[in-house]
Design a protein around this ligand. Structure first.
Ligand code: ADP
Ligand code: ASP
Ligand code: MG
Length: 412
């Protein structure tokens, strides 16, 4: 039997009624002759609640226990989905990550999937089970402890199963009907894309478009998984939603495919550090050892052998960065006169593979922001994206102005 993977996100399993609706969609695919692997998220809001409980109990928590707690939301929806399918006379069974097993690294709260041996689930399919409902977001470490894959990780569970079972397709059911030119909640004129390339989706996801977890796109690209994003709230045809695919499969595309943003950024500046070989290595290895994910970096002009070093990182890592720098100072590893943290910045990025062959995108982006009176604090570029760090209060304005200027509401 051909295998199909169907993933339902938090809003798609938020109530028993919605689980029933999702189960009906699964039933349609079973009737077509597929063996279906259903990956479920926790009910919407549940994971946030669990994370909140952990933080309240233990601010400097043990990551193994964090995973024990936050993985539990998916166990509930997996069991409920299996029960719902059974009520509809569809032979179904639920699986927690460790039962499959979904083998991961032991990097708790950000584990990577290493292997998914298909044998257990395959033997159940051979016995007549039609649907394996698997709890997303979780796995088991080599030490035998429960791990989680980072926020949004059920997308990655889904793609990893599609690769391991050589599924015909991996359908990601969510609360929007596909991938848009930007988040439709921020720009009402955002346009749904029928297709988007793996490269562009990867950039959009890593720059903040949370419709797919970055790692899921990486895996889909590597294992050539046919990946589709579609709505769980509408009747669906086989062409519905957005197909994430190789760029060769896309005939026409705009120079800029989309605008992404990340709200929770911070800009930190280490004031007056010695401008000498090795100083950047010291600073950024201290930050990395402290688990700070540094994104943009700027070294300012040096005066009298001293310079300022600026970087951006997620706002919830500012405390860790401050601690790491304070430790490095008291250990006399890095000498500096001050550390500034601006916690009110956001990152806005334009992404498109057309930038490889078109010049002028950066100039246009900067002009648009200038016309709106928005000051650019830091810039980074790659072959197919340009990102700027700006004052957070202008984030929506910037997204909308860029979406307009690059005419993303119109197809190529
Ligand atoms: P799920 O719970 O189903 O995993 P998420 O909330 O993780 O859903 O992802 C879907 C959300 O992603 C949408 O509701 C939308 O607000 C947001 N989003 C951000 N950027 C985009 C984009 N470019 N296209 C579509 N949705 C986007
Ligand atoms: N429930 C997890 C989260 O909220 C995983 C997921 O939904 O993808 O991050
Ligand atoms: Mg998600």
């Amino acid at each position: 039997m051909p295998v199909l993977v169907m993933k339902f996100g938090g809003t798609s399993v938020a109530t028993l009624d919605r689980i029933r609706r999702a189960a009906k969609r699964v039933g349609v695919e079973v009737a077509k002759g597929y063996d279906v692997i259903v990956i479920v998220s926790a009910m919407s809001g549940k994971t946030n609640e669990l994370v909140g409980w952990v933080n309240e109990t233990s601010p400097m928590y043990d990551a193994r226990e964090y995973d024990a707690v936050v993985s539990s939301g998916e166990n509930v929806t997996a069991g409920l989905m299996a029960l719902t399918l059974q009520e509809m006379d569809v032979p179904a069974r639920s699986w927690q990550g460790w039962q499959v097993p979904v083998q991961t690294t032991s990097a708790h709260s950000a584990a990577r999937i290493e292997d998914i041996p298909p044998a257990n689930i395959m033997s159940k399919f051979a016995e007549g089970m039609k649907v394996a409902v698997v709890a997303g977001f979780q796995g088991v470490s080599p030490e035998g402890r429960i791990t989680t894959l980072g926020r949004g990780g059920s997308d990655t569970t889904a793609v990893a199963f599609a690769a391991a079972f050589e599924a015909e397709r991996c359908d990601i059911y969510t609360d929007v009907d596909g991938v848009y030119t930007t988040d439709p909640r921020v720009e009402a004129k955002a346009r749904k894309l029928d297709k988007i390339s793996f490269e562009e989706m990867l950039e959009l996801a890593s720059l903040g478009a949370k419709v797919l977890q970055t790692r899921s796109v990486e895996l889909a690209m590597r294992y050539k998984v046919k990946l589709r994003v579609l709505s769980s709230f509408e009747e669906q045809s086989d062409e519905a939603g957005t197909l994430v695919c190789d760029e060769e499969e896309i005939m026409e595309s705009n120079v800029v495919a989309g605008v992404a943003f990340s709200r929770e950024e911070a800009k930190m500046t280490l004031v007056s550090v010695a401008d000498r070989p090795g100083i950047a290595a010291l600073i950024f290895s201290a930050l990395s050892d402290a688990g700070v994910n540094v994104d943009m970096i700027v070294q300012n002009i040096s005066e009298d052998g001293r310079t300022d070093m600026t970087w951006s990182c997620p706002v919830d890592q500012v405390k860790r960065a401050e601690q790491a720098m304070a430790d490095a100072k008291s250990a006399e590893i890095i000498n500096y006169s001050g550390l500034l943290a601006d916690q009110d910045v956001a990152k806005v990025s334009v992404v498109g593979i057309g930038m490889r062959s078109h010049t002028g995108v950066a100039a246009k982006m900067f002009q648009v922001l200038s016309d709106e009176g928005i000051n650019i604090q830091v810039i980074t570029t790659s072959e197919i994206k340009i990102s700027v760090l700006i004052d957070r209060k202008y984030m929506e304005l910037a997204v909308q102005a860029l979406h307009d200027a690059f005419e993303l509401d119109k197809a190529a």
